[in-house]
Ligand binder design. Structure first.
Ligand code: DGY
Length: 320
């Protein structure tokens, strides 16, 4: 019987379904990622891994995996997996595209709103008992409607954010590898060079995946181009941004605020300078975290494993 190792506690119904045909072992923790030594031990005897974005599936893991046929990542991003090394070893890698598009776009847009309108700060204000009277500029933030949104990385999630932004009467600029004429026609999105976008946008939203080309693409030079009133949002991957430069840009007033779902090093510590800043809304990589979507992602990852172990084509294979 083929063995599947699942690196985190997932829905029982998904596990039970796999157990009907396979030997399934689960690292049964909601809070703690599987320790590296255990992952290295389990992969030796597994035909399939169901992994999270916090698991590093690198050359060391892949070369310790004589039986491994598939790595099913429960995320659309797969920068945690050495896909080239997997392909070389004949191991299929799958991800979970499409099913999380709207949920992640909702989070991106809510970070725009929460940062601009200072929602977490305002909620905290009441909880601390600071609200003594209404006043004209009490917790006044910035408008989102009729402003300019610049989207860096116009894949499916970017286009879903553009759809939401169009409903807020925003002007939409985008920068991405290839032009998206559909978004241009449907939402009036305009393709711009990166510098042009940075210069004009009131909200700069990064959704780009982490690749060799995007690593560090937003740094000191790029923050200097942005408006002093700009709000920077990252729902892509932390290392796309030079975090030190982001901290400096916020400290020096080069930009007005930031809404962050992803960080250079995750989990970010509560003592990190970004977390302490009043004009930063930081959330713990919850882009796709609705119970409905997470269940569908688990199911898709499991279905990919089932297909490969049954000798069928996986539903959502990652290609190099
Ligand atoms: C992904 O799936 O890559 C997202 O970052 C999850 O929120």
């Amino acid at each position: 019987m083929s063995k599947i190792f699942i690196t985190r506690k997932i829905d029982e119904a998904v596990i039970d379904e796999l157990k009907k045909s396979f030997d399934v072992e689960v690292w049964d923790s909601e809070d703690e990622a599987v320790p590296r030594d255990i992952l290295l031990e389990k992969v030796k005897e597994s035909q399939a891994l169901l992994t999270m974005l916090s698991d590093q599936i690198d050359k060391e893991v892949l070369s310790n995996a004589p039986l491994l046929k598939v790595v099913a990542n429960m995320a659309v991003g797969y920068d945690n997996i050495d896909v080239q090394a997997a392909e070389k070893a004949g191991i299929i890698v799958t991800n979970t595209p499409d099913v999380l598009t709207d949920t992640t776009a909702d989070l991106a847009f809510s970070l725009i709103l929460a940062t601009a309108r200072r929602i977490p700060e305002a909620a905290e204000y009441i909880k601390k008992g600071d609200w003594t009277s209404w006043s004209p500029y009490l917790l006044a933030g910035h408008d989102v409607h009729h402003k300019t949104l610049g989207i860096i990385g116009m894949g499916k999630i970017g286009q879903a954010v553009a759809k939401r932004a169009a409903g807020f009467d925003m002007d939409i600029l985008y920068h991405t590898r290839s032009r998206k004429t559909e978004a241009e026609e449907q939402f009036g999105a305009q393709y711009k060079s990166l510098n042009d976008l940075l210069e004009k946008a009131d909200f700069v939203l990064v959704l780009a995946p982490l690749t060799d080309e995007t690593r560090g693409m937003i740094g000191a030079e790029q923050f200097k181009i942005m408006k002093e009133s700009a709000i920077f949002i990252n729902v892509g991957r932390g290392p796309v941004v030079d975090e030190k430069a982001l901290i400096e840009a916020l400290e020096n007033g080069e930009i007005a605020g930031a809404g962050l779902d992803v960080f250079e090093k995750e989990p970010i510590s509560k003592d990190h300078p970004l977390v302490a800043m009043k004009n930063v809304v930081a959330v713990p990589h919850i882009g796709s975290a609705s119970t409905e979507t997470r269940f569908i992602m688990m199911k898709l990852a499991a279905d990919n494993i089932k297909a490969v172990l049954n000798g069928e084509k996986p539903l959502t294979k990652v290609s190099v």
